[in-house]
Design a binder for this molecule. Structure first.
Ligand code: GLC
Length: 415
């Protein structure tokens, strides 16, 4: 898990036949398009050469450290050369192994490589009604085992495997029911045998290494989390041609910092257009995050939980209205999204402060820490926010910063 915690930020890529339709990756099912009709899209799927390199370049420009590509989504179309299916980008459409292009491009760009694989495949009646179609069910589960084995053997070292679609179609089962359906223990034992050191998510029904909450940032209490999110406000991950409400770069950065603050990762999604290009609205936001991280990355990469008061949810009112803290060792990074002006005040600081500086410039600022009240006053700050998106005050403490207990809530009235 070491690289994963160091990384904190990854880019998700949803790309498949659904990208042609431009209505999100659930279109086949949500519009109940019969498989034979849907399959015709395969011959119209003609991504431009070099699209994988474009995704990797976008991820690097964002300051991300890894990527995850949908090698096969619920529609069943493989972006790779599978011996177990004719419905692939090698046998149809571009006649290219896009997974191969992607892993090569990601590695060349110095990114860790993640593969997403949907267990469920809407083309199988045995998925929707396993009792009525036991043979189809068996074929579906066998397909999953065979195809995951291919992905784990044909593409060199894979750092991360993200299952999806482990749930049953009528949502009546709990996670152990999914695990039984997919024979997840056996599946994951095979994956670990083939790829020692791989990180696996929990969506096949067994817990494995990480949780992957969607469209929210959550901190795992006991296990690592990777919060995955779209840039647009719809819950569609695949290319959505008309998608009016884009999250702002400030908002996306708040989510990233919030994930780091909870000791987890942020997996931000892009849905390339039918030709595989990253759309401008997404690229400009990724680049804004990258510009910020190139200067302030220390506050995020490898950083984790800080005991000091910080806003735990963007948009919620907390006692610290300026922004959350992350921490590395004895250093706290106060990520100030709402710049207070010339003086910044933090409260309930129990640990002596040694030094305060602006992370982006190294400029030091005078401060006063009141040992008795726990109030830290930083002065001489510029009246306008010094950095775009978020300005980080790096606060070096004498030891790991602790939050001061407040046993008498009225005490401050008397000071
Ligand atoms: C889901 C959706 C899906 C998307 C994914 C992202 O559960 O079914 O379309 O790919 O999560 O994490």
């Amino acid at each position: 898990m070491k690289w994963f915690h160091e990384a904190r930020f990854g880019i998700y890529v949803h790309f498949g036949l659904y990208s042609i339709l431009g209505r999100g990756e659930w279109t086949m099912y949500s519009e109940r398009i019969p498989p034979e009709e849907y399959a015709l899209l395969a011959d119209r799927f003609l991504p431009e050469k070099g699209c994988a390199a474009e995704w990797a370049k976008a991820a690097v420009s964002a300051g991300a450290k890894y990527m995850v590509l949908t090698t096969r989504h619920h529609e069943g179309f493989c972006l790779y050369d599978s011996r177990y299916s004719d419905f692939t980008s090698v046998k149809r459409g571009p006649h290219r192994d896009l997974v191969r292009e992607y892993v090569d491009a990601a590695r060349k760009a110095g990114l860790c490589v993640g593969l997403y694989y949907s267990l469920l495949d809407w083309r199988f009646p045995g998925y929707f009604d396993p009792e009525k179609h036991p043979e189809s069910r068996e074929a579906l589960v066998k397909q999953a085992h065979d195809q995951v084995r291919e992905l784990m053997t044909e593409y060199g070292k894979i750092d991360l495997l993200e299952y999806d679609g482990g749930w049953d179609a009528d949502l009546s089962e709990k996670r152990d029911g999914w695990a039984r359906f997919w024979r997840a223990e056996e599946l994951n034992a095979m994956v670990r045998r083939l790829q020692p050191g791989i990180i696996i998510n929990d969506r096949s029904g067994t817990d494995e290494d990480i949780e992957t909450p969607e469209q929210v940032v959550r901190a795992g209490e006991t296990r690592a989390t990777e919060s995955c999110m779209c840039i647009g406000d719809s819950c569609a991950w695949g290319y959505t041609r008309f998608n009016p409400n884009w999250k702002s770069s400030e908002q996306l950065l708040q989510y990233l910092v919030q994930a780091a603050q909870g000791g987890g990762n942020y997996l931000l999604n892009i849905g390339p257009d039918p030709r595989g290009h990253v759309r401008a609205e997404e690229l400009e936001r990724l680049q804004a995050l990258g510009r910020w991280l190139s200067v302030n990355g220390e506050a995020v990469y490898g950083a984790g939980r800080c005991a000091l008061i910080g806003s735990s949810q963007p948009g919620t009112v907390d006692l610290n209205l300026q922004g959350p803290w992350t921490r590395k060792g004895n250093t706290g990074y106060w990520c100030i999204f709402r710049w207070p002006g010339k003086v910044a005040t933090a409260i309930r600081i129990a640990t002596p402060v040694k030094k305060v500086s602006l992370l982006s410039s190294g400029k030091e600022f005078p401060f006063h820490w009141n040992e008795k009240t726990g109030k830290l006053t930083i002065s001489g700050l510029p009246s306008l926010p010094p950095d775009e998106l978020c300005s980080v005050l790096k606060v070096e403490f004498e030891s790991v910063p602790e939050r001061m207990k407040e046993s008498d809530l009225a005490a401050w009235l008397e000071e």
